[in-house]
Design a protein around this ligand. Sequence first.
Ligand code: NAX
Length: 326
Amino acid sequence: MKAPIRVAITGAAGNIGYALLFRLAAGDCYGPDQPIILQLVEIPPAMKALDGVCMELADCAFPLLHGIETADNPADGFKGANQIFMVGARPRSKGMERADLIQANGPIFVAQGKAIESAAADDVRAVVVGNPCNTNALICAKNAPGVPEGRITAMTRLDQNRAVSQVATKAGALASDVERMVVWGNHSPTMFADYFHATVKGQAVTSAVDEGWLQNDFLPLVGKRGAAIIEARGASSAASAASAAIDHMSTWWHGTKEGQWTSMAVPSHGQYGAPEGVMFSFAVTVSGGEYQIVDGIEHSDFAKEKLAATGDELANEREVVKDLLG
Ligand code: NAX
C-alpha cells in the first residue's frame, strides 16, 4: 500500500462536495491502491453540516480513507495538501450579474491563493470549480507567486464531458468512442466545444454526424446545459460536476493515453490567439503530472471567431478583478 496523500476540498458541505467526497474516498480519482487523508474546508456557519458529512464518511468504512480533518479556514485546511479541489464559492443570487459574482467571489480566492503558497505541499496541484472558475483560478494563482506556474488550474471538463456525451448519443456510439473533443476558453456559455478535431470510433465527428446539427443544435445545447439542468432539477449540476472534477484531477495524476487530448483551463501565454495572462481552456496532454498544451492545431475561421469571443470575455473578467491580482 502506498503512503496516503492529502486531498483538500473547499465547500465540502455543499452539493458538489457531497457528491465528490464519497467518490474520492472510494478510490475513483487516484486508484484502488492510493490511500488518502481528506482535509475538508468550509466557512464557520457550515461546520455543523460538515460534521454530519464526516459522520457519513466514517460510516462508509472506506479502506482507502486514512483520515478526515476539518477546518474553517484555508490556511489550516490546505496544510500539507498535495491535491486541492476548490469548490466553495458564493452562489449567484437572483438579479446578480456575472461581474457582481466575480467581485463577490474574488476575495475568497485571494485568501486561498495565499494559503496554498504558505501551507500546501511542494507538489501541490489544484483545480478551481467554484464559479467564475477561470477568473477565480487566475486570482488564486496571482496570489500564490511562489507556487510554480500551472499548478493552479480551472475546470472545463464538465463542458467536455457534456460535449462527448451529446455527440456519442447522436452517433449511436458510447462516450468512450469519442476522442479529442476539447473545450476552448472560458467555463461560460462563450466556451467553444471544438468538434472539428474530434473523432467517433476513429472517424471525424464532422463526417459521422450531421454538420447542421453540430453548428445549430450541439453548440447551444452544450453551452446552455447548466441552465437546462437547473430548469429541470430545480438545482444546479452537482454529481456531474463532481464527476468532472474527479476526471480533471485523475487525468492530471495518471496522465492522458497516447494520442488522447483533454481540456484544462491553464495560464495562457497567447497560444492560439488567446489573451496572455488569463486562465484559458486549451487542448492538453498530460504526462508525469505535467500538462502540455497541444501544438499546431489548425482552426477554421468559424473556430477562430469562437476562440476570440471567449478570449475577449476572459480579458474583460480579468479587468473586473485587476485589483485582486496580487
Ligand atoms: P453549494 O452552495 O451547494 O455549496 C458551496 C459550499 O461552499 C457551501 O457549503 C458554502 O458554505 C461553501 N463555501 C462558500 N464560501 C466558502 C469559502 N470561502 N471557503 C470554503 N467553503 C466555502 O454550491 P455547489 O452546488 O456545491 O457549487 C459550488 C460551486 O461550483 C459554485 O460556485 C458553482 O457555480 C460551481 N460550479 C462549477 C461548475 C464548473 O463546471 N466549473 C459546474 C457546477 C457548478 O455550477
